[in-house]
Design a protein around this ligand. Structure first.
Ligand code: ZN
Length: 190
């Protein structure tokens, strides 16, 4: 596992929250299966002194993404609710840098880079290559990986650390990401 990361890497965990896992408000099929994988990567990152970033969807009441106000998603990840918490088995260390998104009243933010200033923070931390993982592959992971490329970062993604809302879209999303320059790294046997 020590060969997983190199100097200049950053580990970016997207929205590994209770509401996005089975039993939550907007469950992603098998979403919680990634947690043990991510915990191994977190351990490896800490061992290699690689910074860890964890984004969270953090919606106000009546957020424009909610179906109740004309959006496309059921109500989820309400600020300070149990569903908005990180998955209880996700072993985030204290030094994790939390990236909060989805707080705007006028639009949704799928990407962890969307008006959060994350690219500036990654630059400051000396990050050149971002390992992107989390939930959901076809929504916020996709948007974050594409934005990381747009901001000029190298991006690595191992599909074992992500799951799609629509699993049938997985292959198409992976193709799209690879065309955008995301490098698929297969780190572990399934
Ligand atoms: Zn959301």
């Amino acid at each position: 596992m020590n060969t997983l990361f190199r100097a200049g890497d950053g580990l970016l965990l997207i929205d590994v929250q209770v509401d996005f896992c089975p039993g939550g408000a907007l469950p992603i099929p098998l979403g919680d299966e990634i947690v043990p994988v991510l915990n191994r990567w977190i351990d490896a990152a800490r061992e290699a002194n690689i910074p860890i970033y964890a984004s969270r969807d953090w919606h106000p009441l009546g957020h424009p993404s909610f179906e109740s106000v004309g959006g496309v998603w059921p109500e989820h990840c309400l600020q300070d609710s149990a569903g908005a918490a990180f998955h209880p088995r996700l072993a985030l260390p204290n030094e994790t840098i939390i990236v909060t998104k989805g707080t705007r009243f006028d639009k949704d933010q799928y990407s962890a880079f969307s008006e959060t200033g994350l690219s500036r923070r990654l630059d400051r931390d000396g990050v050149k290559r971002v390992w992107v993982c989390g939930l959901a592959l076809d929504v916020c992971v996709r948007a974050s990986a594409l934005d990381a490329r747009r901001h000029g970062f190298a991006v690595a993604l191992d599909p074992i650390g992500s799951r799609a809302v629509e699993p049938s879209r997985t292959d198409a999303v992976m193709d799209e990401l690879e065309r955008a320059g995301v490098v698929v790294e297969r780190t572990e046997a399934a």
